[in-house]
Design a protein around this ligand. Structure first.
Ligand SMILES: [Zn+2]
Length: 81
């Protein structure tokens, strides 16, 4: 499996919830029900994506909310190469 850079994971992690909320609002506003389903799917996919890829490149442990930190809270190694 190709390794995804942590900065790309962070970009997806910050854009996906905004995109999801935007699609829900748009779906409610335009009364397009399938748009809301798409939005929920986008957010679920983002959660799974983060759960899989938001990990320390050194020790491989899940970073969670520390994903924006410069150092891993588990092994203390630098997260940005
Ligand atoms: Zn680590």
């Amino acid at each position: 499996m190709k390794k995804i850079q942590l900065k790309h994971v962070r970009i997806v992690g910050s854009i996906s919830p905004i995109l999801g909320i935007f699609l829900i609002l748009l779906g409610c506003w335009l009364k397009i029900v399938w748009l809301i389903y798409v939005a929920i799917f986008v957010m679920l996919a983002a959660i799974i994506f983060l759960a899989v890829f938001n990990r320390c490149p050194h020790c491989g442990r899940f970073l969670g909310h520390a994903g924006g930190a410069a150092f891993c809270p588990h092994c203390g190694d630098k997260l940005d190469e």
